[in-house]
Ligand binder design. Structure first.
Ligand SMILES: Cc1cc2nc3c(=O)[nH]c(=O)nc-3n(C[C@H](O)[C@H](O)[C@H](O)COP(=O)(O)O)c2cc1C
Length: 306
């Protein structure tokens, strides 16, 4: 069989394949570019960007857990102006759509960052992070309620013509409620999930392993939860869903596509093996070829009862 079509489209953004980096796990591209051409990716998603530079939390900020990791980076970033002048030119060198993850302490900050990014060259979409668990104010506070998410997404919608992709938190009772609120407020697609809130304790020192006490759990440990949420949300809304959470292999990625995801993001796996994204793209192509699937879009949401 000839090469299957792997290209997908999210909110008008054409991607060569459904594999993207997950925000905060690939910085601004420089580290991963030492391993492979970023142009191989379906899309590159940046670390969260705020209006002003953020210092992040005090170390220790990461710790390993069984089948995963906890992080409490606290969204350390150089701020939107430095991002545009110092980081974006590097990403523009690659033939890859760039989605910028946007964070803020207030609705006004989200709007201001979105405005600046709309005027910048080489930004293809905005992933609105209303789900980061590790900052004291804002962010997850907005994303944990339908009202909060509608407020942020509605305000940013008025400020930009770029595709808007809110990123949902799993730390809610019913994720379809926040998903629907985001879509009603103008979201073009949805990313899910961000990390689950957790903690870890060192019994030798009798101290928390993270200075922030709590952190976000990611990696294989969260995959079944993410997969369930992607399935539920893709049944509840009509916009494309980007599946995230514990995707380590092409098989994991295909599971998310069958559950309803149009594309997937790879996070923790890249720490384990920086070539993960490329291996997953190749593995998806191989799965399609061997299963005589001529177009990956045919598989989206095609899971059936056993
Ligand atoms: C070290 C680290 C930093 C992260 N930073 C961000 C961030 O800046 N913005 C964001 O939306 N998500 C951030 N995340 C969450 C990931 O993008 C992703 O949603 C989560 O890790 C689940 O995917 P995974 O299991 O493949 O890692 C971060 C995750 C990790 C591990």
């Amino acid at each position: 069989m000839s090469n299957p079509n792997l290209s997908v489209e999210i909110a008008g953004i054409k991607m060569k394949n459904p594999v993207m980096t997950a925000s905060g796990t690939a910085g601004f591209g420089a580290e991963l570019a030492e391993f492979f051409d970023l142009g191989k990716l379906g899309a590159f998603v940046t670390k969260g960007i705020s209006l002003h530079p953020w210092r992040g939390n005090e170390p220790p900020r990461t710790t390993e857990t069984p089948a995963g990791m906890l992080n409490a980076i606290g969204l350390q970033n150089p701020g939107v102006d430095a991002f545009i002048s110092e980081k974006l030119p590097f990403l523009r060198k690659f033939d890859v759509p760039v989605m910028v993850n946007v964070v803020g302490h207030s609705v006004e900050e989200y709007v201001e960052v979105a405005r600046k990014l709309t005027d910048a060259e080489g930004v293809h979409g905005l992933e609105i992070n209303v789900s980061c668990p590790n900052v004291k104010q804002g962010c997850m506070v907005f994303g944990s309620s339908a009202k909060g998410i509608a407020e942020v997404v509605g305000a940013v919608r008025k400020a930009t013509s770029l595709p808007l992709i809110p990123k949902l938190t799993p730390n809610v009772t019913d994720i379809t409620e926040t998903a629907r609120a985001a879509v009603d407020a103008g979201a073009d697609a949805l990313s899910l999930i961000n990390t689950l809130l957790g903690t870890a304790i060192d019994v030798k020192t009798r101290t928390f392993k993270l200075s922030n006490i709590t952190g976000g759990l990611s990696g294989p440990a969260i995959k079944p939860i993410a997969l369930r949420m992607v399935y539920q949300v893709s049944q509840a809304v009509k916009v494309p869903v980007i599946g995230i959470g514990g995707i380590m292999t092409a098989t994991d990625a295909i599971e998310f596509i069958l559950a309803g995801a149009t594309a997937v993001q790879i996070g923790t796996a890249s720490f384990f093996n920086p070539m993960s994204c490329v291996l997953i793209i190749d593995g998806i192509a191989e799965y399609a070829r061997s299963g005589k699937v001529s177009d990956i879009n045919e598989l989206i949401g095609k899971v059936q009862l056993p």
